[in-house]
Every structure is written in C-alpha cells, then in structure tokens.
Design a protein around this ligand. Structure first.
Ligand code: ACO
Length: 337
C-alpha cells in the first residue's frame, strides 16, 4: 500500500484498523439474506462489494488521500465478512459476526465455521496455510481482474465499484475459477488409469488441462511450488485428499509430454490450491472467493497507484475495424418482409 515495509508502530496501527473495520452495516446482512439458497458465493461477493459504495457515498472522493485510505481499510477488513456470509448463505446457517480478538485469517475461519461454541478456535496450522495462500495471491501484476479494476477505476469511480469489477473478472473459469475447474477435472478423470486418455483428449484439442499454463510464467509458476508444500502441511491436519494422487500423477505425465514441454505449460497456482481448499471442506464455489479476499490488497494497491498517477487517462483500448468496408443499409421493414 505504501511502497515500503512498516515500522512497528505503523504495523500495529494497520492491524488495529483492519481488525476494527470488519463489521458491515446491518442492512448488508439483510440484502445478503435475500439471495437464493443456491446463489454462487462469487455472485454474492461481487454484488455486496459493489453495494458497499452505497453505504459509503463519500468513497467517490478519490482525490483525498485520507478518504482513499479509509476505503482501502474498510474493503480489506470487510472482504472476509462478505466472503464468509456468502458461504453461510448456501449452507442455510446463521451469519457469524466478526471476532475482533482473532487474527485476520483466524477470524475469517471463525465466521465460516463457528456454530454454537463460545469461541471458534481454528488449528494454527490451518490458519498459517490460509495466510500463506492469501499472501501468495495478494498481487500479480496486470492479470485479467487487476486490469479490470484499473480499467473501471480509470473512470474515477469509487473503489468498491472498481473492485467489484475485479471480482467479476476473477469469477471466470480461465482466471480465478481455474482451481474449481481443476477439481472438477480431477473428479472427472476419476483414477490414474484414465489419465492417458485424458491427456490424449487435451492433445486432440477436446480438453484443456486446467491449472496448467500461464501467460507470463513459461518455465514454472513459483507460487505452485510453495502451494505444493502448503498442501502437505494442511493434509497433516485434515488427512490426504484422494485426488492428490491423481493430480501428482497427472503433473508427472504432463511434464514429460512433448505437447506440454514444447508449449511451456507448467502447473500454475491453481493446480494445487483447490486441493487445499477442499481439505478445509470448502465447496468449489468458495475457492474463487478465497482468491478474491487474498487479491483485494493487490487490487487496491494498484487502484491507489492508478488514481495518483498524473499521466493516467480513462482506459480505452484502441479498436481496429476489420469488417466489411462498404455495407448498404437495408431498413428492417425490407429485411423482414
Ligand atoms: N491445456 C492444454 N493446452 C493449453 C493449455 C492448457 N491448460 N494452456 C495453453 N495451452 C495451449 C494452447 O492451446 C496453445 O496451443 P497451440 O499453440 O497449439 O494453439 C498454446 O498452449 C499456447 O497457449 P495460449 O492459449 O496462447 O496461452 P495464453 O497465455 O493465452 O493462456 C491461460 C494462458 C489462459 C492461463 C491458459 O494456459 C489456460 O487456459 N490454462 C488453463 C486455465 C488455468 O489454469 N487458468 C489459471 C491461470 S493462473 C490464474 O489466473 C490465477
């Protein structure tokens, strides 16, 4: 956010601010309860982040540094609350209010999983693993969702509206939805014996190996290595996910195959993250929500940089017309006669 690591006092102030802005207006709860029982949590998150702009109409004053800071704090603090409530809606469980005694991630787990106990105490190893995942997802230059945040933010709209555009971009299966797609793919493959036929399908162009390939990483995705390690830590607590065996075998076979080698296709961050999330007992629809929570600080840092950039103009990619040059206008009355 500030381009430098914080002093102890700055760090404490930041943690305090983020911790004490986790609550949302009670009316947010009201409209979140209005979603259908089977609403996708990403749709709920996108809508509720956008709706925050109506609760903080001053957020449109983006030229004021203190104001920007306030909205940034609010959004980072409230994302876990909105994310957790999107999850609870589908489960038909009551929404749990934030517990400000807990760390960012421990509080999130409490809002997700707390039932009748006085205090929810998550396993420290799980808290740590989720923290690692959030940090790994925090920022990743001009990916599709960050580009969406920047593009919408360049209109000088408030940051809630800009970030909700980012959530929308992340929702797509080629971006944040990839880890959900990986699990579906692994389940469809079903067993190690079916891997060769699946790989053949990929080579024939009938399938896509989800969780492989990246626009920038053409050697390996360094995040994937760290996530693979986090997998082992989480499985120590939760027991091994049987799909892990298929994933490892699939990775091994793909990395030795000419098709993938020549196209420089390697596992990306999403190949293993879904397995971890599943071990936490998150349904696949929640995976992208977790990604969005982790990515929010990055989106906001990018947005903050954008709005302070004196050379920044409203986004408008150049369009090159490639259609017919000469077209005659035929009125509808003639075309439909
Ligand atoms: N499975 C099979 N073939 C693939 C894959 C894949 N996962 N990814 C790329 N290819 C092939 C393409 O078909 C193309 O082959 P061709 O040259 O014979 O036409 C070649 O590899 C180059 O691929 P591009 O599509 O040019 O790569 P691009 O950089 O545009 O796409 C992307 C990157 C979207 C990530 C792609 O690799 C993909 O769809 N991967 C699967 C989805 C995925 O895992 N997304 C998560 C990305 S990370 C993130 O968003 C957090």
């Amino acid at each position: 956010m500030h381009g430098a690591l914080p002093s102890k006092a700055e760090y404490d102030a930041w943690v305090h601010e983020i911790t004490y802005h986790t609550f949302v207006h009670e009316n947010v709860k009201g409209f979140m309860e209005g979603f259908r029982y089977d609403a996708h949590p990403m749709g709920m998150l996108m809508a509720s982040v956008g709706a925050l702009s109506t609760f903080y109409p001053d957020a449109g004053n983006i030229s004021d540094a203190d104001n920007r800071h306030m909205q940034i704090v609010r959004m980072i603090a409230k994302m876990p609350t909105l994310g957790a409530w999107s999850f609870r809606n589908a489960q038909g469980k009551p929404f749990i209010y934030p517990d400000n005694d807990l760390s960012y991630t421990a509080n999130f787990l409490s809002m997700l999983f707390k039932m009748s106990e006085q205090k929810y105490e998550a396993d420290e190893r799980l808290v740590k693993a989720l923290d690692v995942l959030f940090i790994l997802h925090a920022d990743h230059e001009q990916n599709c969702s960050t580009n969406a945040v920047r593009s919408v933010g360049s209109s000088q709209v408030d940051p809630y509206s800009a970030v909700s555009a980012g959530v929308g971009a992340l929702y797509g299966p080629l971006h944040g939805g990839a880890n959900e797609a990986v699990l579906k793919m692994l389940r469809r493959i079903g067993s190690k014996e079916n891997i060769p036929a699946f790989i053949q399908g990929v080579k024939d162009g009938n399938e896509r190996l989800m969780g492989f390939g990246h626009r920038v990483y053409k050697n390996f995705d360094p995040r994937a290595t760290i996530i693979k390690k986090a997998c082992d830590d989480v499985f120590e607590v939760t027991g091994v996910n049987p799909l892990l065996e298929i994933a490892k075998e699939l990775e091994k076979i793909a990395l030795e195959d000419e098709y993938f080698i020549s196209r420089k296709l390697y596992p990306n961050v999403d190949f293993y993250s879904g397995l971890i999330y599943e071990a936490f007992q998150f349904p696949p629809e929640m995976f992208t929500v977790l990604f969005a929570i982790g990515r929010t600080p990055g989106w906001l840092a990018q947005w903050s940089e954008l709005v302070q950039d004196k050379e920044q103009k409203i986004a408008r990619p150049k369009q090159i017309y490639t259609g017919e040059r000469r077209l005659n206008f035929v009125p509808a009355s003639e075309r439909w006669a």
